[in-house]
Design a binder for this molecule. Structure first.
Ligand code: F3S
Length: 399
């Protein structure tokens, strides 16, 4: 394939590429310009926010860590940059059964990011803890659910970056202008009429599973949903991105982007939702792990969980993880929710999640409200799964 070079650089960008602003910046600019050339971008654009994925040592390994250490030698981020979940709670890892060796290596990863000036808040819901772009803002985020949320619910603009390209955007403050940064690529391609009744994060996750599986990377225009909370939308984003690679959707009356409505119309009926639920419910699943907070729980969700667990006790043989961002956990501590949750025998785990923590072999069956968590529990950890609403998950945990 012959790639036509159309990318024009400013003087500062050329200096970065020529190594005049350090070796890490040069490497980062090489990544950004290579992507720009591959995708036919005409220029680079500034980004105001970055979110980096590939943070768990479980996924990175020594090779990934070496790369980060090399970039950290003289690389410094130029814009607000936060991280995706790591493989453990950075403070309370021991009580969650994480090994000393894993903890040591995970901390080396975090230290390398910190040396580059990254805010080492590890979360897939950065928009809940201060990494919040506004409508139309160009950003470079990597976590698929957060990318979908930023593009669709906020109306910011980002492609789904890989770990190295997100870091490169942070070190240069630039991304190549292609894909979802351009108006012409943000229009809906297929319409769905939702006829099913939706209640709660589990239902919105199932809807994402149905639409994702049918849409396959197209941009859906979704009608028929009268109300959706932030928590339900984050559940939908996680699922539609996982099951369909969707990075942008339009939801009539709910999301802010404008688009013509496509003539190609499909429906999502209650039967479709029931089938999706059956598909995630494994027969004979022996539930010994309950996890809520995929994507990371908001303070509102944690308050509700604390209320539901108040005065109850997690049953013997069961482990409960409520996963969230550290600033949200700190707030939960201040509000007394942490104490209520932990007194019940559940763990409020920050910085990590059940998909990127080293949990393989520790449990048999996961019950969760998250369709995305089911996908990774099966694929990465070989757990059986059941999807239920939050109330039922906690009932299962305490019975
Ligand atoms: Fe977030 Fe982990 Fe789920 S990164 S979206 S909690 S799989």
């Amino acid at each position: 394939m012959v790639i036509e070079m159309v990318l024009e650089l400013t003087r500062e960008e050329q200096e970065m590429l020529d190594g005049k602003q350090g070796r890490a910046t040069q490497k980062a600019m090489e990544i950004i310009t290579a992507l720009g050339e591959i995708y036919g971008a005409e220029r680079l654009i500034p980004v105001s926010s970055v979110q980096i994925a590939g943070v768990s040592y479980h996924n990175l390994g020594e090779a990934g860590l070496e790369y980060l250490a090399e970039m950290a030698q003289d690389g410094r981020v130029r814009v607000l940059t936060t991280l995706n979940p790591a493989g453990m709670d950075l403070e309370e890892w021991k009580k969650h059964g994480i090994s000393e060796e894993f903890a040591r290596n995970q901390q080396r990863v975090i230290d390398a990011f910190a040396a580059m000036g990254v805010i080492t808040t590890c979360t897939c819901t950065p928009y809940l803890i201060g990494n919040l772009p506004h409508y139309g803002e160009h950003i470079a985020w990597a976590e698929s659910s957060a990318v979908c949320f930023a593009n669709s619910v906020i109306g910011a603009r980002t492609n789904r970056e890989g770990g190295p390209s997100a870091l490169a955007a942070a070190l240069t403050g630039r991304t190549a202008e292609y894909g979802l940064h351009l108006d012409k690529n943000r229009l809906a391609q297929v319409t769905y009429e939702v006829e099913a009744e939706l209640n709660g994060t589990d239902d919105f996750g199932l809807l994402g599973q149905v639409i994702g599986a049918r849409t396959r990377k197209k941009i859906p225009y979704i009608r028929g949903i009268l109300h959706a909370t932030t928590e339900e939308l984050k559940a939908f984003c996680a699922s539609v991105a996982t099951y369909g690679g969707v990075a942008l959707f339009h939801m009539e009356g709910i999301t802010p982007n404008r688009t013509p409505v496509p003539d190609d119309v499909g429906t999502v009926a209650q039967d479709d939702m029931d089938r999706a639920r059956e598909e995630l419910d494994d027969e004979g699943a022996e539930i010994d792990f309950i996890s809520i907070g995929c994507p990371h729980a908001s303070i509102k969700e944690i308050a509700r969980i604390a209320e539901l667990l108040d005065g109850k006790q997690v049953a013997e043989g069961k482990t409960v993880w409520i996963t969230t961002a550290r600033p949200t956990k700190d707030l939960a501590i201040k509000m007394g929710y942490y104490e209520t949750i932990e007194r019940a025998g559940a763990f409020l785990v920050s910085d990590a999640c059940c998909a990127v923590a080293p949990l393989k072999g520790r449990f048999h069956g996961l019950m969760t409200d998250s369709a995305k968590a089911c996908f990774y529990a099966r694929g990465k950890n070989a757990f059986k799964t059941i999807i239920r609403d939050v109330e039922e998950c906690l009932r299962e945990a305490t019975s």
